[in-house]
Design a protein around this ligand. Structure first.
Ligand code: FMN
Length: 330
């Protein structure tokens, strides 16, 4: 498979098959605002816990806030209780999410210890049960995101693909690492190709180590996947979907200059300002600035200054000086 400009996911038609991943602690409102400017096929919110949703946790609903321009948007559920899965999926559907995804990939101990996230890979039948319950509870397409297995001795992505398909999921996204690997070592795309071969009608989405348009082209070729999901490659590169599309359509893609990356950082911070308190802006600036400025001259110095800024006006002044310097020296 390769690029599709109209990509069907159940009854939904996405603008492309280049999708942006759920990223806990990252794919928040401001991040998604930046992503939405470049029209990826689908934008995900960070994962939310099923139990937090059903107990009406305010912070969780805050994480799920979105604006019209973020459609099509996916919500991702993390949990392992089939009953609760149905109720929490209904809540996401009620909030207006276009797609509901089940997280079977989170490697964090505190998530897997109750059998959630990648802990579900140890119990594939349970994945089927949860998906069936969600599918029965909502009208929107239901998808699932997994890793290739729990560890080297238990690679079971093809088995899970068959189970997810039988349970009614329209798509399965496979991150080409085991839970044991966490984020270490290169992602393996071979098992994703095997899932595609095992799939009948379920769509197979490849994920892992796609950081450039060339990676995207290679991943399509090597896996035959129906779609690609980009995660870390979107950080500081909200335009990566546009670059991938240009490249796959044989047009030269636009490489951002240092000035453009810094302007994007400024715009991202401006989006954060609309959502957060001063303290929140300061903390988020520390978290995101490295993504955008890594290639610019004196990146270390600038990052250090932004990380030590104690007010929003100080952040603004650092960025203004940086942009003036960049625009006058290059
Ligand atoms: C900071 C961070 C947060 C993540 N949060 C989620 C999440 O909420 N849900 C999920 O399914 N995967 C999550 N992931 C995994 C990514 O979606 C993706 O599967 C993984 O990073 C591999 O893709 P990549 O090589 O393109 O980054 C997260 C990854 C990172 C680095």
């Amino acid at each position: 498979m390769t690029l599709k400009k109209k990509y069907a996911l159940g009854n939904l038609v996405l603008p492309s098959n280049i999708l942006y991943a759920p990223l806990a602690g990252c794919s928040d409102f401001a991040f998604r605002k930046m992503s939405s400017r470049f029209t990826p096929g689908l934008i995900f919110c960070e994962m939310v816990k099923m139990d937090a949703l059903v107990r009406n946790d305010r912070g969780t609903f805050e994480m799920l806030k979105f604006s019209e321009d973020m459609h099509p948007i996916g919500g991702q559920l993390c949990g392992s209780k089939p009953e609760m899965a149905a109720n929490s999926a209904r809540i996401l559907e009620g909030l207006g999410f276009d797609v509901i995804d089940l997280n079977c990939g989170c490697p964090v101990d505190k998530v897997t210890k109750d059998g959630s996230g990648s802990g579900l890979l140890k119990n594939p039948e349970k994945i089927g049960e949860i998906i069936s319950n969600i599918v029965a509870a909502v009208k929107v397409p239901v998808t699932v995101k997994i890793r290739i297995g729990w560890d080297e001795a238990h690679i079971n992505a093809t088995e899970v693909t068959a189970i997810a398909e039988a349970a009614g999921a329209v798509s399965i996204c496979i991150h080409g690492r085991t839970r044991e690997q966490a984020y270490r070592g290169p992602a393996r795309w071979g098992p994703i190709k095997e899932c595609k071969a095992a799939a009948n009608k379920i769509k197979v989405v490849a994920n892992g180590d796609i950081f450039s348009p060339e990676d995207a082209e290679r991943c399509f070729k090597e896996t035959g996947a129906d779609a690609l999901l980009i995660a870390r490659g979107t950080m500081g590169n909200p335009w990566i979907a546009e670059q991938i599309i240009d490249h796959l359509e044989k047009r030269p893609y636009k490489i951002r200059t240092s000035q453009e990356s810094c302007l994007a950082l400024q715009e991202h911070i401006n989006e954060i300002k609309k959502e957060k308190t001063e303290k929140g802006v300061i903390l988020d600036t520390r978290r995101i600035s490295g993504w955008y400025i890594k290639g610019i001259p004196n990146a270390g110095e600038v990052r250090n200054a932004l990380c030590h800024a104690e007010s929003v006006s100080e952040i603004d002044a650092i960025l203004d000086t940086l942009l003036t310097t960049l625009f006058t020296t290059t």
